[in-house]
Design a protein around this ligand. Structure first.
Ligand SMILES: [Zn+2]
Length: 301
């Protein structure tokens, strides 16, 4: 460890990086926790070398129905800042925070995002909102600004670094946003309906004028009813819907059943509530948005 650090230090001195990037040793980095992988990627981009990031819900896992471990409580105790999505995405977090006794700042990353109302017919609570705000890149920029501000507040010495990283990242998001917009306008008006497992793409749908139809609601915590499945099967046949995608976090069997009953083909996998593993197609938020858009454009053209 000491040896590796010396090598790194020599490398930094030799390349002159030290002057521009105030790098910190592992033990002096600010401990930060992210609730799930997509949020973790935003934080990684903005916190860079100054933070030591832990993500609770791993890539590929479902944050709606996560069961925290005693080890997670320990991570919260050690953290200086804890980032959550909010909009009731992490239903398990309040209890975990309370039981851990952590003194960390809890930051809601969707602060000042304009939330979409849930169209979930099962959700009878008034004013229920759709938590999947990250599927609109405009919101990803809001997440980035909230993260930047919270990191500066917790670690004022890193202000310049956080500001620079956030600006660079938002620049990249702007380019991606323009790229996807250009690809999406080419989809014919008659082909803008897509079947997925759960209602995770409301923000994406609104932005690009698409319609996502899902047997499960905005959360994965309840099974789809037989009535809802039958309704979707009728709709696919009546409206000749041709695009259907399984999600990385949900069991594909229900959609496979719908596929076999309607003859609709499963277009592949899109990423809804979690990134892929490092070697997968959606290892970062930007890769995820690019992959999802490409898959959708391909299926609808
Ligand atoms: Zn979801």
């Amino acid at each position: 460890m000491q040896y590796r650090r010396t090598i790194l230090k020599n490398f930094i001195l030799a390349t002159g990086l030290l002057a521009t990037v105030p790098s910190l040793a592992q033990e002096t980095k600010m401990p930060v926790v992210a609730s799930f992988s997509i949020l973790g990627d935003f934080i990684k981009n903005i916190g860079g070398d100054r933070i030591n990031l832990t993500t609770l819900v791993a890539a590929g896992a479902d944050a709606h129905v996560y069961a925290p471990t005693p080890n997670d409580a320990q991570k919260l105790v050690q953290a200086k800042v804890i980032f959550i999505n909010g909009l009731k995405f992490e239903s398990w977090m309040d209890r975990l925070v309370a039981s851990s006794g952590t003194k960390a700042a809890i930051v809601t990353s969707t602060k000042s995002v304009n939330p979409l109302k849930s169209k979930d017919a099962h959700d009878h609570t008034h004013g229920a909102v759709d938590p999947h705000a990250w599927h609109d890149i405009a919101n990803a920029k809001t997440y980035s600004i909230n993260i930047r501000n919270a990191l500066i507040e917790a670690d004022p010495a890193g202000k310049v670094v956080y500001e620079k990283n956030a600006t660079l990242y938002i620049d990249k998001l702007n380019i991606l946003e323009a790229e996807i917009k250009t690809a999406m306008v080419k989809i014919p008006a008659s082909k803008r309906k897509i079947i997925t497992s759960h209602d995770a793409f409301g923000y994406f749908a609104k932005k690009y004028n698409l319609e996502f139809i899902a047997p499960q609601g905005i959360s994965t915590d309840a099974e789809a009813s037989a009535k809802d499945v039958a309704k979707i099967i009728r709709q696919i046949k009546a409206e000749k819907i041709t695009a259907m995608f399984v999600e990385n976090i949900t069991d594909p069997r229900l959609l496979q059943r719908i596929a076999s009953e309607t003859g609709i083909k499963i277009g592949g996998t899109i990423f809804s509530d979690s990134l892929s593993s490092e070697s997968g197609k959606a290892a970062t938020y930007m890769d995820m948005m690019r992959h999802n858009s490409e898959q959708i454009v391909q299926a609808l053209n």
